[in-house]
Design a protein around this ligand. Structure first.
Ligand code: 13P
Ligand code: 13P
Ligand code: MG
Ligand code: MG
Ligand code: MG
Length: 371
């Protein structure tokens, strides 16, 4: 029998500004999910936060895209939005882009990562929660976990991993997808996912012959593009991911290792700047400096045989990541010195909003031909 793990998140108001989630929003979501657990809609849940994004982590038996589970998440966000409005939180209801729920939260604003899996004898799982960035921020770390032997020793020394994995990549502009096999097609894969604002890893699958069935994901990333959904840019998507570990998959430490390098991602101030992603424990996931730098939280779980969430373990709460945090701060300082200049500020087409059309209009008359 299969269990589904669903991580559904939304920014429904920041406290203050875009900094963090108010505890009353967490309490409100907990009350609603606790009731649903009692009624049997879900098996188990945990409510977390990353910056100003409220994170619902749930297990159930209803499969992905379940109207019951998505409806539940929507209700939790709606109720918490009422509280956010009472408190006057910033951007209350920011990510709830539609007024009425229609069966599925996809395309309605919240971010979703879900996988339906056959539980192994032991099922270690990591959920990742990012703030102040976009889904493409997962491209580099997911690639390194499942395809880079300098990150994941198991690709070389574990016979079950030696054959490699399959990557499902989405072209989020054209709404198309392609499956690429590693290691055979590593260069093709990198040619796409290096362009991280356009080509985004959606899922990773095992290959034929792996102990895990070929059609069951071993990693999944939320890829909703808010600006396409809303018809205008209403914020970076602050993505989430679910990654399974051990026994023919990257070990827990191989899943976390990519974050020892605080790579540059897009987001940060006004969703319009490049900056390093800093791995932090939840209590440090409150971006403040220039509304950042971008953060990633990793929560570790064992899924019990009945589908209970045994956790979380706050995985970046480890001095082993102090150096990455220190490095991220150095890069933060370095990038900040560029002020409004690229490549700190994003190129025009990737910015969340811009005054440039207005500036150009005002200067229109004053532009003259160059001899
Ligand atoms: P232990 O010996 O602590 O079980 O660790 C085994 C392992 O493979 C770590 O990656
Ligand atoms: P969020 O996407 O986390 O709401 O941040 C938006 C922003 O403009 C930060 O400066
Ligand atoms: Mg916000
Ligand atoms: Mg956010
Ligand atoms: Mg956002």
């Amino acid at each position: 029998e299969k269990i589904t793990i669903s991580v559904i998140k939304a920014d429904i108001g920041g406290w203050p500004g875009h900094s963090r989630v108010h505890p009353q929003l967490i309490e409100t979501a907990e009350e609603i999910l606790a009731k649903a657990k009692e009624e049997g809609t879900i098996i188990d849940f945990y409510v977390a936060y990353a910056g100003d994004d409220l994170q619902l982590i749930m297990t159930h038996k209803k499969g992905v895209d379940s109207p019951d589970v998505h409806g539940l998440a929507w209700k939790a966000f709606e109720e918490a939005t009422k509280v956010a409005k009472e408190l006057g939180l910033y951007g209350a209801g920011q990510d709830l882009l539609k007024d009425a729920f229609s069966g599925n939260v996809r395309g309605m604003g919240p971010g979703v990562a879900e996988m339906e899996i056959t539980l192994r004898k032991s099922e270690p799982v990591v959920t990742f929660h990012m703030d102040k960035t976009e889904p493409g921020a997962f491209n580099l770390p997911i690639f390194r976990m499942f395809a880079d032997p300098f990150n994941t020793a198991g690709l070389v020394i574990d016979p079950k991993m030696h054959m490699g994995f399959r990557f499902e990549v989405w072209d989020i502009l054209k709404h198309k997808r392609v499956i690429l096999n590693t290691p055979e097609e590593v260069y093709d894969l990198l040619a796409l996912i290096g362009a991280k604002s356009r080509y985004v890893i959606k899922r990773v699958y095992p290959k034929e012959g792996h102990p895990i069935p070929k059609d069951e994901p071993v990693a999944v990333v939320s890829t909703e593009k808010l600006y396409e959904i809303a018809g205008e840019y209403v914020g970076k998507d602050d993505p989430v991911a679910i990654v399974r570990a051990q026994s023919g998959l990257p070990a827990l430490g191989e899943v976390l290792e990519p974050f020892a390098f605080p790579h540059l991602v897009s987001g940060w101030m006004r969703g319009s700047h490049n900056g390093p992603i800093m791995p932090v424990p939840m209590h440090q996931a409150n971006p403040t400096r220039f509304d950042g730098p971008p953060r990633v939280v990793a929560l570790g779980w064992q899924i019990s045989p009945e589908g209970k969430l045994v956790g979380p373990v706050d995985l970046f709460d480890d001095p082993a990541f102090d150096y990455a945090r220190q490095k991220a701060l150095e890069i933060t300082d370095y990038m900040r010195r560029h002020g409004p200049f690229e490549p700190h500020r994003l190129p025009l087409e990737d910015m969340e909003y811009t005054t440039l059309p207005g500036v150009l209009k005002r200067l229109e008359e004053r532009f003259e031909d160059i001899e």
